[in-house]
Design a protein around this ligand. Structure first.
Ligand code: E4P
Length: 218
């Protein structure tokens, strides 16, 4: 399973990269705004800065919602760096644009996926990734992990190569359940990745090992 970090914060991206388990980054306009990154030039430079920190794919989201606008913006984003994946919303013109990008060899991440039908459409259009938002589905009392299971089944039935990128992950249980359900990628905040390290029996076990070592060698 690939781990992406879901942030535009460069320190957190460096921190995750330093841990040695990072495979990529996802961003969105809300995450860019949270870091105070504004203005077209500054936003584009920020994407390049992220690409220079990580080795893997970096999703950069288009703002346009019309076909021509999505194509123009997506081609510009893709030309910034070979690691850029163009993030396109699940809307009619977005699906058409994904088809166009796929023919041009430009990789895409179809975002804001909330149903199996949307995931099927995105795969048929040739999306590289689909991003089902599991936390936001849970927020409306619908099983986010259940959607990952449904998409996995459908993609396996027909051999679609589109990768399932589980997004809107809020805690480690989400991450583990997505891994069990066969998501190809999980994108999550840094704390969800580092929370995987934690177990009280690890802490108490290590404390005892060190105490016993010090008793005999101290
Ligand atoms: C995915 O690409 C999105 O950026 C993200 O996972 C959305 O998560 P949220 O629901 O926590 O905003």
């Amino acid at each position: 399973m690939k781990f992406f970090i879901d942030t535009a914060n460069l320190d957190q991206i460096r921190d995750a990269q330093d841990l040695g388990v990072l495979d990529g980054v996802t961003t969105n306009p809300s995450l860019m705004a949270k870091e105070g990154i504004k203005g077209a030039d500054r936003i584009l430079k920020h994407y390049v800065d992220i690409c220079e920190i990580v080795d893997g794919d970096v999703s950069a989201e288009v703002i346009a919602t019309d076909y021509e606008g999505i194509i123009r913006e997506g081609e510009n984003l893709a030309s910034l760096h070979p690691q850029i994946v163009v993030k396109v919303p699940m809307i009619r013109d977005g699906v058409k644009a994904i088809k166009y990008f796929s023919k041009q060899g430009i990789r895409t991440n179809c975002t804001l996926i909330f149903s199996a039908g949307q995931a099927l459409l995105a795969a048929k259009a040739g999306a590289t990734y689909v991003s089902p938002f599991i936390g936001r589905l849970d927020d409306i009392s619908t099983s986010g992990v259940g959607l990952i299971e449904q998409i996995r089944l459908i993609y396996d039935n027909y051999g679609y190569e589109t990768q399932i990128l589980a997004a809107s992950i809020r805690h480690t249980m989400h991450l583990i359940e997505c891994a069990e359900a066969g998501a190809d990628v999980a994108t999550c905040p840094l704390n969800v990745i580092t929370d995987l390290l934690k177990h009280p029996l690890t802490d108490s076990g290590l404390e005892k090992f060190l105490a016993d070592y010090n008793k005999t060698n101290g």
